[in-house]
Design a protein around this ligand. Structure first.
Ligand SMILES: [Fe+2]
Ligand SMILES: [Fe+2]
Length: 254
């Protein structure tokens, strides 16, 4: 059913998630790590989109509104303040986000990113609900090497830095989508359904990022895409002792 969503993603990514990672991820003792890390990944996805439009595209008043939008989620993730009750419906809050003057790609970047932030915050809330259902207590968890390993390749000058960040966004979304799909059949039915339900929006997020990167670069970006594809595949297939949602090949214990 979702094979057509996955086809472009599988050809975009240079490597599939190793079976050994799936073996780890389906172990009941790793459910807590998967869910807690997944929740934080949703927040980070929203944050990176928000940082992008705050830095590159919006006016001052809109930047304040964006900060207020995400704050309750950050308070929950970093200080455990708030609850399912206090966060209910917050992802949908209506906002008036306007581009700053002279930013010609501004409106398009804003439109795609605001929708993406809304969806990621909603996913965050859905993971919270699932954690409560599964009796998993939320505790913060340190980030793995994955995103850092990609970000360190970002160019130091504009507009190439922005284009690189958008390409990285495309890879993180595509990988999440590939991983949700591969892991879903091995999970309990409620989690399987949830992971399958995420595929459509994550597949669109990957495309949105890639389109924005092409549009803003205004030139062929296939070399940069190829570079990040290799870096990303290496992070996914090389040994990684730290098991997380985006970690590499698990270190097998003998
Ligand atoms: Fe998401
Ligand atoms: Fe996403």
């Amino acid at each position: 059913m979702y094979q057509e969503l996955l086809e472009p993603i599988h050809s975009f990514l240079k490597a599939r998630t190793p079976d050994a990672w799936i073996e780890e991820a389906k172990k009941p003792e790793n459910l807590s790590v998967i869910l807690r890390d997944h929740m934080l990944c949703e927040l980070k996805a929203a944050q990176s989109a928000l940082f992008l439009i705050r830095k590159y595209a919006v006016d001052k008043e809109s930047a304040i509104q964006l900060n207020e939008w995400i704050k309750p989620y950050e308070l929950y993730a970093y200080r455990r303040e708030g609850s399912l009750e206090t966060l209910r419906g917050k992802s949908n809050a209506s906002k008036q986000i306007t581009p700053k003057q002279g930013c010609d790609y501004g409106q398009d970047l804003i439109d795609k990113m605001v929708l993406l932030i809304k969806e990621e915050l909603h996913h965050f809330y859905q993971v919270m609900e699932l954690m409560e259902k599964k009796g998993v207590t939320y505790e913060p968890i340190e980030a793995g090497r994955y995103a850092k390993g990609l970000i360190k390749h970002v160019k130091t000058y504009e507009p190439d830095a922005l284009v690189d960040k958008l390409i990285i966004g495309a890879f993180i979304e595509a990988r999440s989508c590939e991983r949700f799909a591969k892991l879903a059949p091995f999970l309990e039915e409620d989690m399987e359904k949830f992971y399958v339900s995420l595929l459509r929006s994550e597949a669109r997020h990957y495309q949105d990022y890639l389109e924005l990167a092409e549009q803003i670069a205004g030139k062929d970006i296939s070399e940069r895409v190829e570079h990040f594809a290799q870096v990303e595949a290496e992070l996914i297939t090389s040994i990684d002792a730290d098991f997380k949602f985006h970690s590499g090949m698990p270190k097998l214990e003998n």
